[in-house]
Every structure is written in C-alpha cells, then in structure tokens.
Design a binder for this molecule. Structure first.
Ligand SMILES: [Zn+2]
Length: 369
C-alpha cells in the first residue's frame, strides 16, 4: 500500500462536512454528502435503522474491525417562539453557556431552508456592573431572526423542534496547515476515517467504517452498530483536547497541536469513559514507532468517545481510540493541524493492515485450555 494522503483533500472535505449542519439526531444531510464521497471506494454501503452510515471494505481473511467516527455535532433546538418572534432554545449536546452569546446562528426550517439569526446580548452601556462578571444562563438566551411576530417566524418554516448551529466557516490560519472551524468534533474524525478507507488496500480483515449518529447525546449510534456488526475490535476516531495555550500549566495540556495523533490510554472522569484495551493501545504504539509516525499518549480527564459504547456491547468488544489534537473543543472556533490529521490517517490505515486472525486469537484473546 502506498499511502497517498493529500492535505488539500483533507481541507476540502473538512470544509464541506463542517459547513453542513448535523446536530445529533439530524444527520441526514451530512450522510448524503458522505455517501457521494465514499461510494466508489467501498464494497458495501448501507444506512442502518438508527441512521448510522456503514461502509464495508472486504479483507482477505477472517476477522472484523469497526472504525467509528461520529457525524453528529452539538447544536441547538428551538423550544418556543414568542409573540414578538424571538426564539428560545435548549442545547443539543454539551455547550458551555459562555460560548453562545453574540454568535450568529443558522436555523434549518422544516422544509430544509436556512434562516439566519443571532443570539442577542445586552450592550455593555446598559449592563449592570455585576452582570459584566457573570455568565448568562442558557435559559436566558434567545435567538433574534429579525421578525416581529410568531406568525412571521412560522411562515419561514420555523417550528418547535427546528434545529440550529452556530455559523462558522472553515478557514486556514496564519500557518496554512492550521485550520479553524465549527464541529471539527467530530467531522475531522469523519475526514480521517474517509481518507483511511480511500487508501486502505489488501487488509486481512473486513473493515467496517461506521459514521455514527447521536454520539454527543450518549454514544447511541455506535452502541447499536457495534451490536449488529459484532466486530473483533473497535477503534473510535475523535478529537481530544489540546490545551497547549497560554494560561495552562505544562502538566495540564493533555496533548499538543501538531505533535501527532493521540493514542488513547484512558478518558472520562477517573476512567469512567474508556480504558483502552492494552492490546489495541500497544498495537497503535508499535505501528507508530515502526512507521515513524509522531504520536502522543492521551489521558483525558473528562469526556469520552464512541469507543466506550463499543467496548461494553455484547460480551465486550476490545476497543481503543485515535484522537486528533484540537484546541477550543465545543466552540465555533476549534483548531486542528492538518499534519495531525494526515498522520492519523497513516496510523489508522497501517494499524488496520496489522490486524489478522492470528493477532485476534493469540494476542487479543487467548484460549488457555
Ligand atoms: Zn466527538
């Protein structure tokens, strides 16, 4: 296999996917974009009853590997339209209320049209001194779409249950390999999986690339897909926190931008997320060393990925994860380094090629008697 990974392709696909809204439970639009992107590279392609998109690349021997990257992103859902046309909302997924005021939003109407709005904020001139120090609670925020009545809002197709995302485009920064945008969590993981399936050839096991739904609201799609595929191992591709910015002490940076993909050791508060299966963790480390791919080890003190759900499906499925170092996660200005993505693709593709039935039956699990 000659791994030809092109940073331009990664940027182009990241832009296309990140600029397609896909809050949890509303992944149909991005799923169609993905189908067009991958249909020529896979042996089988289907949508399961949860809405996951599953792509199979057949291998030459026994065994099944499941790769999971989630298509959904955190978003907002409209709960109320008041008589003056202002919209109230609840978060879908984990938003910090600090992030939302003064953002532009894009609302998808019931007919699939777009309405632009803003999350309004009181000007400093009329703010009380104590208000300046405080985070505005989510329930006090509202979306202004520039109309003056609920009828006008409804005529535009906005209803209770309409979804919204913060408006944000994907752009290159001062270093053109460093890009910013919304929903790199986890569309940059989706890009990694897509580029991997394109370059993957002659694997010894069947590779199932699962673009999962509803990760941000409880790892739901991965759980059911893992049950139906019943793989020998599962690897999630997601983002992790690069806190390598001013104000964070060296010991608390978790991982650093541009220093290579992270190989997961543990995540969740006190290990409540995933403790990566040692054989998978070690396989990824060995491949990185062998192929001279830079990598970092990741112990993430909060949050987890689809791998946690895969691991405790059926009688247990050994699971691990590769993470893309990402600054400012769960904000509209997330940052990733294209070199980290390229290296994650290399690592994943080479690791899948290492998996065979001998490894599964002798290293991963072992019959004693
Ligand atoms: Zn994620």
């Amino acid at each position: 296999m000659t791994v030809e990974i092109n940073k331009e392709d990664i940027f182009r696909l990241a832009k296309k996917l990140c600029e397609t809204p896909s809050p949890s439970g509303f992944e149909s639009e991005i799923r169609e974009v993905l189908i067009e992107e991958i249909r020529d590279y896979v042996d089988e392609l289907w949508i399961d009853s949860m809405g996951n998109l599953i792509a199979k690349k057949a291998g030459q021997g026994e065994g099944k590997v499941m790769i999971a990257a989630h298509m959904d992103e955190i978003g907002l859902m409209i709960t109320n339209i008041d008589k003056n046309g202002f919209l109230r909302f609840v978060p879908v997924g984990g938003w910090s209320p600090r992030i939302l005021p003064a953002q532009r939003v894009l609302i998808r109407t019931i007919d699939g049209n777009t309405v632009h709005g803003v999350i309004g904020i009181k000007p400093p001139h009329i703010e009380k001194p104590e208000e300046r120090q405080k985070v505005i609670p989510l329930e006090n925020l509202f979306i202004d779409i520039g109309v003056t009545s609920d009828e006008e809002a409804k005529k535009l197709g906005i209803e209770v249950g309409s979804i919204a995302v913060i408006e944000s485009t994907v752009e290159r920064l001062g270093n053109p390999d460093v890009i910013t945008g919304r929903a790199f969590d986890d569309k940059i993981g989706v890009v990694t999986a897509v580029e991997t399936l394109k370059v993957l050839e002659d694997s010894k096991v069947d590779a199932y690339f699962v673009f999962t739904v509803q990760e941000e609201v409880g790892l739901k799609g991965a759980r059911t897909a893992a049950f139906s595929i019943n793989p020998d191992i599962g690897i999630a591709i997601d983002v992790t926190i690069a806190a390598d910015v001013p104000g964070t002490p060296e010991h608390a940076k978790i991982v650093k931008l541009g220093k290579g993909p992270a190989i997961k050791v543990m995540d969740g508060r006190a290990g409540s997320g995933l403790i990566a299966h040692p054989a998978i963790r070690d396989l990824l480390i060995a491949v990185a060393k062998e192929e001279k791919i830079p990598y970092q080890l990741e112990v993430l003190p909060g949050g987890t990925t689809d791998a946690s759900a895969i691991q405790i499906t059926r009688e247990g499925i050994p699971a691990g994860a590769i993470s893309i170092p990402t600054r400012y996660i769960h904000s509209p200005i997330e940052i990733v380094h294209l070199e980290d993505v390229t290296n994650a693709v290399k690592l994943l593709a080479k690791a899948i090629k290492k998996v065979d039935s001998a490894w599964i039956n002798n290293v991963l699990r072992r019959r004693i008697k």
